[in-house]
Design a binder for this molecule. Sequence first.
Ligand code: ZN
Length: 132
Amino acid sequence: MISKLDHIGIAVESIDDAMEFYEALGLNVEEIEEVPQEGVRVAMIRCGESCIELLEPTSEESPIARFLARKGPGLHHLCLASTDVRSDDTALRNAGFRLLRQEPTRGAGGCWVQFVHPKSAGGVLVELSEKD
Ligand code: ZN
């Protein structure tokens, strides 16, 4: 079940450069985490109930590096908080929606995550995330 909009992911060339805008609004980075299996550094900016997630690639093979090369910086995905990502995964799969991975995997912050293909979600990459 989905409980809330967890965060919006934005692909950036540099977290430090992108932060200037958010800091001008009085927002701050809560934490920066490197996620080697995704080839990214992730900065979480608390924004009320939700967060803004800045994604900076750490390697050329990173999906974020490929996104930046293709589209430039900008909105990358939105993330819905799930209370049970495996059951949402199964429900979507059974309903014929396209998921990016065979099954949920570990993402930033140790969460279980799955991604829904943009073609199945109105042109937006959707992340489902369950806190462990
Ligand atoms: Zn995310």
